[in-house]
Design a protein around this ligand. Sequence first.
Ligand code: PLP
Length: 340
Amino acid sequence: MAVNIDWENLGFDYLNLPFRYISYYKDGKWDAGKLTEDNQLHMSESSTALHYGQQGFEGMKAYRTKTGEIQLFRPDRNAARLQATARRLRMAEVPTDKFIDAVMQVVKANEEYVPPHGTGATLYLRPLLIGVGDIIGVKPATEYIFTVFAMPVGAYFKGGLVPSKFVISRDYDRAAPLGTGGSKVGGNYAASLQAEVEAKEAGYADAIYLDPSTHTKIEEVGSANFFGITKEGEFITPLSTSILPSITKYSLLYLAEHHLGLNAREGDVFVKDLDQFAEVGACGTAAVITPVASIDDGEKHHVFYSETEVGPTIKKLYDELVGIQFGDIEAPEGWIFKVN
Ligand SMILES: *Cc1c(COP(=O)(O)O)cnc(C)c1O
């Protein structure tokens, strides 16, 4: 490795790497796109992304295998999700081939920043799609920028899987019933910052959001999806149009059923039934799997498995998922894309 980075002690912080990808959409079409060393975006002060939140993004990782190869985990799913986000916000869609080509170019150009196998660290990739141009009225932009940048990030859990405490947000929703909760857009995050900061100030890892129409069902755990293992050994994860469809979550649903032999399904998770769960976890690309130690809701305190140790089923799911992502365990067909 030519670069001087302490891979074992990386956090989740921005780093200005040598190359990023940028492509412009104008007059109804995308240009070819190219790598650039410039980490500043140049756009009109009236860009719709800045005023009306017309933007969407993705989060994904490149993994170094033990033979030194680099691979991506289900990048076609990220491409499809950014297209769905683009449709919901009336933005120009980035075709799947263009999306995957952009990601591959950024990984290859910054190859020496893909952390070594065994450190748990990865190269985090951030594809971003924004509406730009000289428009001040409220309407969809006719020009867009699609960019992909990257940075090495550390293993989420350095000392093993440590459970975290969460609190239910009773004062704020992150999304509306027919709003954009199912789209990966900055607006959902802007709406959740207040609850997140208050939860953190009160000593929790993050806030848990309920379904915005009845406030009786669990939806999201901070910026991750919720899943639980019932005392009967069933894997359950909530189903709702205002939940962000996590690729990690759909992968765990598959692995729970096909690799661990559990019953696995999407269904309502009522707050009043939380004690049916032996183990609870939060999942996403950044968090991988975070075991949930406990959930507070006003005076009520629900504890799962243990406040200090990860439960056995979550541990198995974690080992299976991470093993596949780093190439130590054979992946289901079509999940792994090699970068070469
Ligand atoms: C990105 C995201 C997730 C996780 O999705 P993955 O595809 O698993 O990374 C979960 N919840 C929210 C709100 C998100 O933005």
